[in-house]
Design a binder for this molecule. Structure first.
Ligand code: M6R
Length: 604
C-alpha cells in the first residue's frame, strides 16, 4: 500500500527519498514520485511502474543544499495508476503526499472547483493541496492554513506538505495511517510510513498518534494532538541493525522467506518453552481473568491463522472462540461483551480494517491482545497486550513465514491457557511442548522435495480452477494454500472443508479441476481420504499431499512420517507455499510483487 517518506536537511535529498521509497517497495505500489524544495524552487518527478523508472527520470537531478523533500509510492484507490494521479500533488506553490483516503474529497473538490480551481488528477489527495492554498489566502500563516485544512478533512491520512511560503518547513498530519518522524545528531529530520527507511539514518524516532499534526524546520519540531494541545515529541531509540533486505542468493524474497521458516519459528519459540509450560512473559495472566470467550479478528492470511487458533483454543483450553473477518466485523454492529478477550492478528500491525476493530473493542471496554510481527506498529501500541511473532521483515507480498509464526504463537497460547484453565493434563502439555520443539525441523526445505514440486508445477498452469481441501486444522491450511496460489499465479483457487465438497462444489469436478488434497495421517485421515476419492471418482485431477501413498491420486507429494498432526501441518504448509511459488515462476509472474496487491493494506 502507499508509502510516504520525507526529509529535511543538507544531504542529497533525492537519494535519501529514493532510498527510503525503496525500503517501502515491498508494501506494493504502482507509481511513485518526489518533490524537493530548495532555494525557494520546487523540482518534482513522477513515474508509473517500478522505482527504477523514477530513478531514470531523476538521474540528472541532485540536491546538495538544505532542502525539504517529500516522496511517495502510490497504490491506486481513486483514479488509475497514471503519472497524473501519482503523488506528490501540486497546487500553485505547494506539494503534498498522502496515504489513506479522504472520504469527503468529492464535496471539497466541488466547492474548490466552484471557486475556479482546476484539478489535474482523479485522486482524493489533490483536494488537500488546493484546500490548503485556499486557506492560505486568509490565514495568518501557512501553519494556520494547514491546521484549518486538517480540520476540514474526513477519513484516514498520513500527510506531508511543503510550500514555497515556508520553504524550510515540512507540515505533517496523521490520522489512521501510520507515520513516524526520525532525528539524528546532524539535525536532520526524516519521515516515513514505517521505521525501515529510517534505520541507519536516524538515532531516535517519534511515532505519531492519531490526530497529531504540526511542522518541522531546522530549529523546531512542533506537534499538536487531536484536541489542539501542543505536545512534546516522544522519542524512542531506533534499532540500528537493518535486518537483511537482500535475497541471499534466492530468486525471490518469498522463496527466501519460505526457506527461513525453520529459523524464524525457532526464534519465535526461543525462551518461551520450559519442559512443562509455555512462558509468555509479555502477557500478564490477569489478562484472562473474567474471560469466558475469545474473539479473533484479522484479514487475509492472518485470518487463516486465526482460524487455526479457534481449533486449538477450543480443543486445548476449552474456551469458546470465534473468528471474524475484520472488514465484516466493523460494520455489522457486533455484540461485544466484557467477558470476551478481543484478539487481533496482523503481520504488519497496520492493516486498516483490523486496526479499526481493535479500536472498536477498546472503545467497548474489552480487554485486547495483538499477535503481531512489527513492534511499535499501531496495533501493538494500542492493544492492552501483545505477543510478537519474531518472523523478521517479510518482504514478499504473499505472506509465508508470518503465517507460520502466527500459528506457532497460537499453539503456544492455547497450551498456556490450557495450563491456566486446567483443561489438559500436565503430561499432555509437556508432550505437546516436545512436539512444538520439533517444528523448526519439520519446515526445513529439502532439495528433493523442492525439486519434485518444481517438476510437478508444470502440470498445473491451466485448468478451470483449483480446490484445496482439508479437514479440521487442515481446512484453514487449505484456505491459505488457495490464497497463496491466487495471489501469485492469478489462477482461480478455493479452499474448502473436504466434507463440504459434496454439498455443491463437486459439481465442478472434471479433469480440468485440480484438487489439492491435504491428507495427514494423524487427523481424520480416513474421512479426508474418502472425500478425495469422491472427487477422483468424478474425474477431478487429484494432487494428494500425504505421508501415506494414495492410489487414487494423479500426482502425489509424499511428506515425511511424523508423530503428530501439527508437524504434518507445518510440512504441508511448506508444500503448498512452494507449489504456489513454482507455478507462479513458470507463469512468469512477479512473485514478490503480484499485480493489484499491496503488502500493507492501510485503507479499508
Ligand atoms: O499485515 P496483515 O497480516 O494484517 O495483513 C493482512 C492481509 O492483508 C495479508 O495477510 C494478505 O492477505 C497477504 N497478502 C497474504 O499473503
Amino acid at each position: 500500500m502507499c508509502g510516504i517518506v520525507g526529509y529535511l536537511g543538507k544531504k542529497n535529498t533525492k537519494e535519501i527519498l529514493l532510498e527510503g521509497l525503496k525500503e517501502l517497495e515491498y508494501r506494493g505500489y504502482d507509481s511513485a514520485g518526489i518533490a524537493v524544495l530548495s532555494d525557494g524552487e520546487f523540482s518534482s518527478f513522477k513515474a508509473v511502474g517500478k522505482l527504477v523508472n523514477l530513478e531514470e527520470k531523476t538521474k540528472e537531478f541532485t540536491t546538495d543544499k538544505f532542502a525539504a523533500g517529500i516522496g511517495h509510492t502510490r497504490w491506486a484507490t481513486h483514479g488509475k495508476p497514471t503519472e497524473l494521479n501519482a503523488h506528490p500533488h501540486v497546487g500553485a506553490s505547494s506539494y503534498v503526499v498522502h496515504n489513506g483516503i479522504i472520504e469527503n474529497y468529492a464535496e471539497l473538490k466541488k466547492e474548490l472547483q466552484n471557486t475556479g480551481v482546476t484539478f489535474l488528477s482523479q485522486t482524493d489527495t489533490e483536494v488537500i493541496v488546493h484546500q490548503f492554498e485556499k486557506n492560505q489566502q486568509d490565514a495568518a500563516n501557512s501553519f494556520e492554513a494547514f491546521k484549518k485544512t486538517i480540520g476540514e478533512l474526513e477519513g484516514a491520512y498520513a500527510i506531508l506538505l511543503v510550500t514555497k511560503a515556508e520553504p524550510d518547513t515540512i507540515f505533517f498530519a496523521k490520522n489512521g495511517s501510520p507515520m513516524l518522524m526520525g532525528i539524528n545528531a546532524e539535525n536532520e529530520k526524516y519521515f516515513a510510513s514505517s521505521d525501515t527507511p529510517l534505520i541507519g539514518q536516524c538515532s531516535d524516532v517519534n511515532y505519531f498518534e492519531d490526530g497529531d499534526y504540526g511542522y518541522v524546520n531546522a530549529d523546531e519540531i512542533v506537534i499538536f494532538d487531536k484536541s489542539g494541545n501542543k505536545k512534546e515529541p516522544h522519542f524512542t531509540k531506533l534499532a540500528t541493525n537493518k535486518l537483511s533486505a537482500q535475497k541471499d542468493g534466492y530468486r525471490f524474497f518469498m522463496e527466501k522467506e519460505i526457506y527461513e521458516q525453520s529459523t524464524v519459528i525457532a526464534d519465535t519459540l526461543l525462551g518461551r518453552l520450559s519442559e512443562d509450560s509455555v512462558i509468555l512473559d509479555e502477557i500478564d495472566s490477569s489478562l484472562f481473568e473474567g474471560i469466558n470467550e475469545i474473539k479473533l479478528c484479522a484479514c487475509g492470511t492472518s485470518y487463516h491463522s486465526a482460524l487455526t487458533a479457534s481449533y486449538m483454543f477450543e480443543r486445548h483450553a476449552k474456551v469458546k472462540t470465534s473468528v471474524e473477518v475484520a472488514s465484516e466485523f466493523r460494520y455489522r454492529e457486533p455484540i461485544m461483551t466484557k467477558d470476551t478477550l478481543f484478539v487481533v492478528i496482523s503481520q504488519s500491525g497496520e492493516t486498516a480494517d483490523t486496526l479499526e476493530t481493535l479500536k472498536m473493542a477498546k472503545a467497548a471496554g474489552l480487554k485486547t491482545l495483538v499477535i503481531c510481527n512489527v513492534d511499535n506498529s499501531s496495533m501493538v501500541r494500542i492493544a492492552d497486550a501483545s505477543i510478537l511473532t519474531r518472523a523478521g521483515i517479510e518482504k514478499g507480498v504473499a505472506s509465508t513465514k508470518a503465517f507460520a509464526t502466527q500459528v506457532v504463537v497460537f499453539w503456544m497460547l492455547s497450551l498456556y491457557l490450557a495450563k491456566r484453565n486446567n483443561t489438559l493434563r500436565a503430561e499432555e502439555i509437556a508432550a505437546q511442548i516436545a512436539v512444538l520443539r520439533e517444528v523448526p525441523k519439520s519446515v526445513i526445505v529439502e532439495d528433493a522435495m523442492h525439486e519434485r514440486i518444481k517438476r510437478l508445477s508444470k502440470r498445473y498452469l491451466h485448468g478451470h480452477g483449483f480446490f484445496f481441501i482439508g479437514r479440521d486444522l487442515f481446512y484453514p491450511l487449505a484456505l491459505e494454500g488457495a490464497l497463496k496460489l491466487k495471489e501469485i499465479s492469478y489462477l482461480h483457487a478455493e479452499g474448502y472443508p473436504s466434507g463440504e465438497m459434496k454439498h455443491g462444489p463437486i459439481a465442478l469436478a472434471d479433469p480440468e479441476l485440480f484438487t489439492i488434497a491435504l491428507l495427514p495421517e494423524h487427523l481424520l485421515y480416513e474421512k479426508s481420504r474418502s472425500n478425495a476419492e469422491e472427487l477422483s471418482a468424478r474425474d477431478s485431477t487429484i494432487c494428494a499431499i500425504s505421508p501415506i501413498e494414495f492410489d487414487k491420486a494423479d500426482d502425489f507429494i509424499k511428506t515425511k512420517k511424523h508423530s503428530h498432526y501439527m508437524l504434518e501441518f507445518f510440512e504441508m504448509m511448506l508444500v503448498v507455499q512452494l507449489l504456489s511459488l513454482e507455478i507462479s515462476v513458470r507463469l512468469g509472474n512477479d512473485v514478490d510483487m503480484p499485480r493489484n496487491l499491496a503488502k500493507s493494506v492501510t485503507v479499508e
